[in-house]
Unconditional design. Structure first.
Length: 126
């Protein structure tokens, strides 16, 4: 075996490994508290956020209404992502939902849309 061949294989390996390490350090994960209500919201948010520039993945947990976004640091940032979520019609942490987008949501997807009749039952007396 000649040394040149080994050197070539070795440096190729280094490039692959450092490329992998770089790609890993290139991404960031954030969680955003949303005003999502149901499965439809989940689909809408994940689809919408998935199309955002720099977003690698967006997964909504409906149990705690938290959206986990993996994004490329050099392409976007949390501020832009919260704004994007607001533009889909949902609260994003302390960024309120874009009013126009919110009004376009189906009723069930609006805040409290899954309360049975919109009344507070907690102080009902029989
Ligand atoms: Cu919904």
């Amino acid at each position: 075996m000649n040394k040149k061949f080994f050197a070539a294989v070795f440096s190729a390996l280094i490039i692959v490994i450092s490329g992998y390490v770089f790609a890993q350090s290139d991404t960031e994960t954030i969680t955003i508290k949303t005003s999502s209500q149901c499965e439809m919201c989940k689909k809408r948010i994940e689809k919408g956020m998935g199309l955002e520039k720099g977003v690698k993945s967006a997964v909504l947990n409906l149990d705690n209404h938290t959206l986990t976004v993996v994004y490329k640091k050099d392409k976007t940032n949390p501020e832009v992502l919260r704004k994007a979520l607001s533009n889909i019609g949902y609260d994003a942490d302390d960024v309120a939902a874009n009013e126009k987008a919110y009004k376009k949501l189906p009723d069930c997807c609006k805040k409290g849309g899954h309360d049975h009749d919109g009344h507070d039952h907690s102080n009902h007396k029989h």
